[in-house]
Each structure stands twice: as structure tokens, then as C-alpha cells.
Write a protein that binds this ligand. Structure first.
Ligand code: ATP
Length: 436
């Protein structure tokens, strides 16, 4: 029974990876040169999906709040930032190397710490491997020119704490938010976009008075769960894990991992940490409460979201297969607000200029101007177009046919039910707006 389930799970991952490539969501990085482990390139629909996720996040946590300040800090920062934060000394994973085949493994991810799973060779001593990518800034080879590709976006917020306070004079509690790339030289990148070496994070640092930390920890736990539900992640597959003190990062006094039931196991999706005042203290920063006339070092609650893991969890949540007339159909049941394409417009036949002209000028152009995420699709027969748009997760397919020329109505097909209805062209925008 277990093996059958495992096979089913492997099949599901294979289907998702293959759909992502075939339909232009995610491609293996540097593929034509044999690939570069732990990197992926995002195609047209993948970019659209990621943008929707990021915009939705920004709207909820920044635009619709009074107490949040956005930032877009440089990826490269002075090495002192990472020395102060503890990453130079401690951002490391335990690694063991096989003495025979030279393969390296993350020691905490393998059961047998003595024997290589690939070649049965003897595994060497455990070493610590720092996961930051080091680089040199400028033409100098000197160690003073060393910098790192940031392994988390968080430090970009801490080092701009003073700038933000000086520019906006916020009162506690308030937060800073950032979306951006992070880089980790993972020892064993794996499981598609789950563990990669270059990824994106959406992070918040919420500054509070120390005595309020439990209240705001609970508050942000609720906000994180709400957001997951809003974007369409299957909440039945999300679990909370209270991280044991010995497994917490050096700066954290409490951490919850939100785990997701991926086909390859229950693993971290997002995290929530109480980072205390450790980072601001490390950077020797403080806050002056002008009204209370006191100086304090605020404490921090950090909700952190990985964009790539959000995409993977979402794909796994919305992938559906059903059977109709003996044919298996697969589709992505995205919410219209998140779907890379809201609707696709098709002339019934592409060699009928009157249909093409009508579809283009009276249907596609106004919808495109209104919604942006509108596709033009005139390839293959209608059945094929529906199958393609189902796999992209397009909620509505609009077809212009010969009746349209007589009565200015079009067919709108619903992705989930396959049902079709006639809608007046003049009503289309409202029809779609109502659905989203
Ligand atoms: P893991 O234990 O899986 O290595 P982590 O605890 O080191 O993850 P954090 O430092 O908490 O991860 O990073 C915050 C978020 O960034 C994670 O919840 C995850 O969504 C994302 N993330 C971290 N590492 C990676 C990675 N290598 N690839 C993709 N996303 C990642």
C-alpha cells in the first residue's frame, strides 16, 4: 500500500514538473549547457503566477496597512553586515563526503552517517559548510573586497531600520517588508523548486516592545494562515511545527514552521520566528520613543514566506485530474485573482477573417486593456485550445463564432465545470469582474 502511494506521489511530482516545462511556467536553469543544479528559469506563465502571488502579498501586508514600510535593499552588502548578524560564523549545514565517490551529503538528511547511499563507500568526518555565496566587489582581490550574495532578505531591513525610522518616524509597533532574491549554496538542492540555490523571499520584520512578543506572535500566525488560504493553498495539507530549541536558528527564541504535505514528505513551507532584539543589538541600533522620551531596542517578530515554495505548494493544491467520456483531463484550479491568465479569447476558426477581426478588436483588445492577463489563442481546434488553457489554469475561455456576428454574444466556457454559456460582448467585462 505504502509503495503504491509513493509511486502515486512520484507520479504527481513528475506531472507537475512536466506541465511546468511544457506550458512555459518553469524551466531547468542553463538547460542547453546541461543544467546548473539548484537553479530554475521562469517562463512567461511562471513569471505571471509569481507576480500575482507577490502582488497579492504586498497588497495585504503593505498597501492595506498603516504600520508597514516597504524596502528594496541591495543584494550585495558590506561583509560587516554578515559578520554582525552571525552568518559568517554560523550559517552552515553539516556535511559529510564519501571517500570513494566524493559525493557530498547533508549529514542531517541521511540515515546512515557512515556509509554512502550511492556507492557504499565510507563517509568521512562531519564538517560545517557555510552556505553563503562569497564574491568580490570591485577589481581588488583583497579580503576587504569580500561580499556575499544575501542568504536572507531580513538583514537588508535591519540595516535600514535607522533610515526608515528617520524618514517616517513610525511609532511601535511597526513593520518593514521586503520581497527579493536570496541565495544559499545548498549542499543537495532537490525536489524541483522546493530546495534551490537562488530563490525569492517575502519577509516582514515587525518591531515591537519585548513584553508584547507573545501577542504579536499569535497575531502574525493568524495573518500568515489567512494569506495562505487567500491565495488558494490547500489548508488541509498545512501543519504547524513547533521547532525545538536545539533546532532553532541562533537568533530565535520561538519558531513555528508551517509545513506542507508535499509528495516527497511533510516539509517546511514558511516560517514564523521571534528574533528577539538580537539583530538590532548586533548592528548596534536602537529606537527613541519621542513621546515616552525613552530609548529602547525593539524586539522583532518575523513572518517569512518563500515565493518558490509558495508556487510549488499552490501548484500541488490546485492540480486536478478528472475524467470525461473516458478521457483524462488535467487542470490547475487557480483562483482567478492568482491565475496567470484570467481569460483566453479565440476565434472559432482562424482562417475566417471576419471572426478573427471581431475577436481581436471587439473582444480581445478591450479585455486586454482592462485585465492585462488575457491570452489570444487560435492554435489547433477548440478542444485542443481548451485542454491547453485548462493546464495553464485559465478560468474562462471565450469563443467568437458565427452567431457572434449576428447577435454580439460569445461562448464563455468555465474551466472547472466545462459548462458553456452565451454572454453579450458588452457584458463581458462585468461578467469577469463579478467572477473575480
Ligand atoms: P530549510 O530547513 O528547508 O532549509 P530554513 O529553515 O533554512 O529552510 P528559513 O531560513 O526559515 O528556511 O527561510 C525562510 C523561507 O525561505 C523558508 O520558509 C522557505 O520558504 C524559503 N527557503 C529557504 N531555503 C530555501 C531554498 N533553498 N529554496 C527555496 N526556498 C527556500
Amino acid at each position: 500500500m505504502r509503495d503504491i502511494n509513493k509511486k502515486k506521489d512520484n507520479d504527481l511530482m513528475e506531472k507537475i514538473v512536466s506541465l511546468c516545462k511544457r506550458r512555459g511556467f518553469v524551466f531547468p536553469g542553463s538547460e542547453i549547457y546541461g543544467g546548473l543544479g539548484g537553479t530554475y528559469d521562469w517562463g512567461h506563465f511562471g513569471v505571471a503566477l509569481k507576480n500575482n502571488i507577490k502582488q497579492n502579498w504586498w497588497k495585504k501586508f503593505v498597501d492595506s496597512r498603516k504600520d508597514m514600510y516597504g524596502i528594496d535593499a541591495a543584494i550585495l552588502m558590506r561583509q560587516e553586515v554578515w559578520q554582525a548578524s552571525g552568518h559568517v560564523a554560523g550559517f552552515a549545514d553539516p556535511v559529510v563526503e564519501c571517500e570513494k565517490c566524493k559525493r557530498r551529503f547533508r549529514a542531517d538528511q541521511i540515515e546512515d552517517k557512515k556509509k554512502c547511499v550511492e556507492c557504499d563507500g565510507k563517509l568521512g568526518d562531519l564538517k560545517q559548510f557555510n552556505m553563503m555565496f562569497a564574491t568580490k566587489v570591485g577589481a581588488s582581490e583583497d579580503s576587504s573586497a569580500t561580499s556575499y550574495l544575501r542568504p536572507e532578505t531580513a538583514q537588508g531591513m535591519f540595516v535600514n531600520f535607522k533610515n526608515t525610522v528617520d524618514a517616517f518616524h513610525p511609532r511601535l509597533p511597526f513593520g518593514m517588508a521586503q520581497i527579493g532574491k536570496a541565495f544559499r549554496n545548498e549542499i543537495t538542492p532537490r525536489d524541483f523548486i522546493f530546495r534551490v540555490r537562488e530563490f525569492e523571499q517575502m519577509e516582514i520584520e515587525y518591531f515591537i516592545r519585548s513584553e508584547d512578543w507573545e501577542k504579536y506572535f499569535e497575531y502574525w500566525k493568524g495573518e500568515m494562515l489567512n494569506w495562505m488560504e487567500e491565495v488558494g493553498i490547500d489548508m488541509a495539507k498545512v501543519h504547524e511545527l513547533e521547532v525545538a530549541p536545539s533546532d532553532r536558528a541562533h537568533y530565535s527564541k520561538r519558531t513555528i514552521d508551517f509545513e506542507f504535505d508535499y509528495p516527497f514528505g511533510k516539509k517546511e513551507l514558511f516560517g514564523l520566528a521571534y528574533r528577539t532584539d538580537s539583530d538590532l543589538k548586533n548592528h548596534k541600533l536602537e529606537y527613541v520613543d519621542e513621546e515616552e522620551k525613552e530609548k529602547i531596542v525593539p524586539h522583532v517578530i518575523e513572518p517569512t514566506f518563500g515565493v518558490d515554495r509558495a508556487v510549488l505548494a499552490l501548484l500541488l493544491s490546485v492540480y486536478v485530474e478528472d475524467e470525461k467520456d473516458g478521457e483524462i483531463r488535467s487542470y490547475l484550479k487557480f483562483k482567478p485573482s492568482i491565475a496567470p491568465v484570467i481569460c483566453a479569447v479565440s476565434p472559432l476558426l482562424k482562417n475566417k477573417p471576419e471572426l478573427v477581426e471581431y475577436a481581436n478588436t471587439k473582444v480581445y483588445a478591450p479585455l486586454k486593456a482592462e485585465f492585462g492577463r488575457v491570452a489570444w489563442d487560435d492554435n489547433g481546434n477548440i478542444g485542443k485550445r481548451y485542454r491547453k488553457q485548462d493546464e495553464i489554469g485559465t478560468p474562462f475561455c471565450i469563443v467568437v463564432d458565427f452567431d457572434t456576428l449576428k447577435d454580439d454574444t460569445v461562448t464563455v466556457r468555465d474551466r472547472d465545470t466545462g459548462k458553456q454559456e452565451r454572454v453579450k460582448v458588452s457584458e463581458l467585462q462585468n461578467y469577469i469582474k463579478e467572477k473575480i
